[in-house]
Structures are given as structure tokens and as C-alpha cells.
Write a new protein. Structure first.
Length: 401
């Protein structure tokens, strides 16, 4: 039976806002303060995360041209989207102005016209998210041609920083998403048996998550067994899982677009001594850095210690130790900050990130270990309930620990 709840029952008689109106108003207040500090007159955002965060808009058609406008000092942003998404804005968005374009019209020209109406004249500064996936080169070129005397400045990191400290409601969304990813691991542990394929595992995992109420994840799941675990990034295949295979997985729970990933390597049955030794080193490279996590610590120091512990396998450290997690859309849930040497971001209460060190592509396997972590007032809290010492899944279909 489905565990879902009917949180859409208010429509069509009213709004179905993801968060309370006061939370959206607080976000706009912080956006306005940031823009004033940076001396930016108008913000033009294209990342779906920004559209959602500032207006409540959660479209399926993120491939369609969409953007959010905000004039410094205003009370509300405005949204531009395609007519196919119009009805979504009726109940999702708290704002007053939604501008609609249709096929056969030029949304870039609509954007230019709106910027002119907001006062984008000579000497003004317009903030763009220049380092996001959705700001196309042709748009940027059109803007610079239309506004040769306007200064376009990059506010990508500033906008991402606004989303870094989670509100209590956002934290609850992340807790729920983390619970879904726990269920995914549980589903895999329950179904493992000789002769099962990676796609069979995927079917069990997706079924359990859908019935529990998890929404679509930002990234496809990773399930890679045996030699395929060494590829590091691999979607499930028809490969048969055999006894003793390492299984690299990444399962992501999603709730109201807040994604929480759980990335691990387990072994189907008994692990070889070599795999167990690698797992112990990687396990330590998670838990010792975890002890550093508290307000005032730096992201750089966490990654540095994790790398030192894995030092004998430095050539097989292919990625940062972690990254911020939260509100996300394709193509990635990796957010600010990077848990990486050189990122001197100071941790603050309310930050959530995935810490997931690995020894990767070594002798044909990858050993990974991770959790999502909330920075608290006094230290750190793991959002998942997945067993910390789970590595071997004995007898293939043993009960969930």
C-alpha cells in the first residue's frame, strides 16, 4: 500500500505552496540584501533551483526557456515561462506576475523587453548565474547586444550561498528525502540473491521508493557490480550479480525537489580480504573527518584529512570528498560548497552536504562510503538511518539489519 499523503487537496480552490509565504518573503529579503551589497540593480536567474527557491515554481518543462526577474528594492520577483507550464504557476507560485510565451514567439526578446521595463539602462548592473547549466550562450550574446552599456556580472556563487543555510522546513524535507534513500538500500538488501541482475535491483528499489512517496530524483541511480563498480559512474545494466561482487550504488530520495543521496559499496555475500582492507581504509576516511564537522570548521580541512587517510591510494581519489545537498534539478544535485581542499568555506549551522569519500577505479573496483550530514549548532548529525557498518550482505537475502 502506498504511504503517500494527499497534500494537493487544496487545488483548485487555493494555492498549494511548498513553503509558507513568510519563508518565500524571507528568501526575497535576503536576495535583496545580497544584491544591494553587490551593487546589482536587477537579477535575472535561469537555474531551475532559483525559479523554485524564489517563486515556488516546480515545472516539468525545465528544457523550455524560463527565468526569474527581480529588481533590487522590490517586494516580489516576476517569472517568465512557457504556456505549457502556465497552470502549474497558478497554484505553485506565490508571486503576482507571471509572463507567458508560446511557440512562435521569441522568449529572449520577451526577456529583453522585461529588462528594459525594469530599468536596464546605461550604467546599470544586471546579475546573471553565468556558471549554471541553463544560461545559454545565445541568450548571453543577445543580452550584450541589446544592452551594450549595461554591466552583466556573475552572481552564481552568491545565489547558491543563499540556499546553503537550510530553514527548519527545508531540513525536514531533507530528512524525508534521506529516509527514502534508506528505503532504497533496504530494498536492495532484501532482494539480493544468486542470479539477480542490476536491473532487477533497480526495479525493486524504484518500486519501493515510488510506493513510499519519493519523487523523481535529480540523477539516475548508480548500481554497478563486479568489474562495473570500477567505472565509478555507471547506471544499472543487465549484468548478473555474482557471489563476492562489490556493488557500488547511489540511491537518491526526493521530496519537494530536495534530494538526499546515499552512496556506498557493499558486497554480495562474503568480501575478499582485499576488498575488506580497502573498505576499512575508506571507512576511516569518512569517520575521522566526520569528527571535524562543526560550525567554524572549513570544508577544505575535511577533504584534506580524508585524503591523508587514503594517501596510499592517492592516484585513485577521483573526486572531492563531498558537496552541498538540497534543492536540485537535473543535471546534478551537487551544490555549494565543495568538500574539497582549497574550498575555505566555513561551515555554519543549517548547512547540509554529502560526505562520500572513495577509493575508485582501483584494480577494477570502487569502494565508496557516504551519508548526508547536517551541521548543527554544536556539531554534526547524519540524516540517514542506514547501518554504518553494513558492507557484506550475508546469505544474499538476509533480513535487514
Amino acid at each position: 500500500m502506498s504511504a503517500q499523503t494527499n497534500d494537493m487537496k487544496q487545488h483548485p480552490n487555493g494555492k498549494v505552496l511548498t513553503f509558507a509565504l513568510r519563508e518565500f518573503e524571507d528568501r526575497i529579503s535576503r536576495l535583496d540584501a545580497m544584491l544591494q551589497k553587490e551593487e546589482v540593480d536587477i537579477y535575472l536567474g535561469h537555474a531551475p533551483e532559483s525559479l523554485n527557491y524564489f517563486t515556488g515554481f516546480d515545472p516539468l518543462g525545465i528544457y523550455l526557456y524560463e527565468c526569474v526577474f527581480f529588481q533590487t528594492g522590490a517586494k516580489e520577483p516576476s517569472l517568465l515561462t512557457h504556456k505549457a507550464e502556465k497552470e502549474l504557476t497558478v497554484f505553485q507560485c506565490w508571486i503576482s506576475e507571471v509572463i507567458i510565451w508560446t511557440h512562435g514567439h521569441d522568449p529572449v526578446q520577451v526577456t529583453i523587453d522585461k529588462l528594459r521595463a525594469l530599468g536596464a539602462t546605461a550604467g546599470k548592473r544586471v546579475g546573471l548565474e553565468m556558471a549554471n547549466w541553463y544560461l545559454r550562450a545565445d541568450l548571453y550574446k543577445a543580452l550584450t547586444v541589446a544592452f551594450p552599456e549595461v554591466e552583466f556580472v556573475d552572481v552564481t556563487q552568491k545565489i547558491m550561498r543563499l540556499r546553503t543555510i537550510k530553514s527548519p522546513t527545508e531540513i525536514e524535507c531533507m530528512r524525508k528525502a534521506a529516509g527514502f534513500s534508506d528505503l532504497a538500500l533496504e530494498a536492495m538488501a532484501e532482494i539480493l540473491h544468486p542470479g539477480i541482475s542490476e536491473l532487477d535491483v533497480l526495479a525493486a528499489v524504484q518500486s519501493k521508493l515510488a510506493l513510499a512517496g519519493s519523487e523523481y530524483p535529480t540523477l539516475p541511480f548508480i548500481i554497478a557490480s563486479g568489474w562495473r563498480s570500477g567505472t565509478f559512474h555507471a547506471v544499472p545494466s543487465s549484468k548478473i550479480i555474482e557471489a563476492g561482487d562489490p556493488i557500488l550504488f547511489e540511491f537518491t530520495g526526493s521530496w519537494k525537489r530536495y534530494n538526499s543521496n546515499l552512496c556506498r559499496t557493499v558486497v554480495a555475500g562474503k568480501a575478499s580480504d582485499r576488498l575488506l582492507d580497502l573498505w576499512k581504509i575508506n571507512y576511516e576516511s569518512f569517520w575521522r573527518p566526520f569528527e571535524l564537522i562543526r560550525p567554524g570548521a572549513s570544508a577544505s580541512d575535511i577533504d584534506r584529512l580524508s585524503r591523508e587517510i587514503r594517501g596510499d591510494y592517492a592516484d585513485y581519489i577521483v573526486a572531492r570528498a563531498g558537496f552541498g545537498m538540497g534543492l536540485s534539478y537535473p543535471p546534478t544535485f551537487a551544490q555549494f560548497p565543495d568538500i574539497l581542499v582549497g574550498d575555505e568555506t566555513i561551515l555554519e549551522p543549517g548547512m547540509i552536504f554529502s560526505l562520500e569519500p572513495s577509493i575508485s577505479q582501483f584494480e577494477g573496483v570502487t569502494i565508496s562510503y557516504g551519508y548526508n550530514i547536517l551541521v548543527t549548532e554544536t556539531g554534526a548529525e547524519i540524516l540517514h538511518n542506514a547501518p554504518k557498518d553494513l558492507f557484506e550482505i550475508p546469505a544474499w537475502s538476509a533480513p535487514w539489519p
